[in-house]
Design a protein around this ligand. Structure first.
Ligand SMILES: O=C(O)CCC(=O)C(=O)O
Ligand SMILES: [Mn+2]
Length: 208
């Protein structure tokens, strides 16, 4: 990992090659407005797992590729299967945020082509998995929290066992790559979900 001394207080390596940039996505109202604009064109929906179960987090995408799941499996799609049209383009403020975060952690040429947007309301959460449907594992995952906080679990190379627990707050950005790129992780319910709080997560990837 390479980063400059001035970044030390902002960048915390919570596990090998998993770096938390606290408060990095500062202008959350602009990001929230961009999420709304994406969702107006490509609505949030509950995808089915390949086994036929609905996912509890609602999802949509922007960028040239969008993550999708149904009975045929996990994959990226160029068009939104709901509309048959291309996914909304990635807002420039998203691209800029993802590239600045990756650069801070030493990824100088991150050019994400996919941004999966997860919406966690009520009891929605995400079980242990790894992001493995992309072609280019030399590029990191840049993951942004908006709205409510939640506990993120980093398991690393094994799907179960002890996990590093990270409380992700709105504006926090988590970047993982290199030896951690295929690490297992999970996320709990949005804090305050019973009272209506909703968490959004932007997950930037180089998928194609
Ligand atoms: O919501 C999060 O913080 C993680 C989302 C995630 O791991 C994913 O979409 O693959
Ligand atoms: Mn993931």
């Amino acid at each position: 990992m390479s980063r400059s001394g001035s970044d030390i207080d902002l960048a915390t390596e919570v596990a090998p090659e998993v770096v938390l940039l606290r408060g990095f996505a500062a202008t959350t109202a602009e990001y929230a407005a961009a999420v709304d604009a994406v969702a107006a064109a490509a609505p949030f929906r509950h995808l089915q797992t390949p086994a036929g179960r609905p996912m509890s987090a609602a999802m949509t995408n922007c960028g040239t590729l969008g993550w999708h799941s149904d009975a045929k499996g996990y994959r990226y799609e160029r068009n939104d299967p709901l509309s048959g049209r291309p996914w909304p383009s990635m807002p420039l403020i998203f691209l800029d945020l993802a590239q600045r975060a990756a650069y801070k952690v030493g990824y100088r040429d991150f050019l994400p082509d996919a941004c999966l947007i997860n919406r966690y309301a009520g009891k929605a959460k995400m079980g242990a998995h790894r992001d493995a449907d992309e072609r280019d594992f030399s590029q990191p995952i840049v993951s942004v929290t908006l709205g409510a906080s939640a506990t993120f679990l980093w398991y690393g190379p094994l799907r179960s066992g002890p996990a590093v627990k990270i409380r992700l707050e709105p504006s926090d950005v988590l970047v993982w790559g290199r030896t951690a790129r295929r690490g297992y992780h999970a996320v709990g319910q949005a804090e305050g979900a019973a009272a209506g709080a909703v968490r959004f997560n932007l997950t930037f990837r180089k998928a194609g």
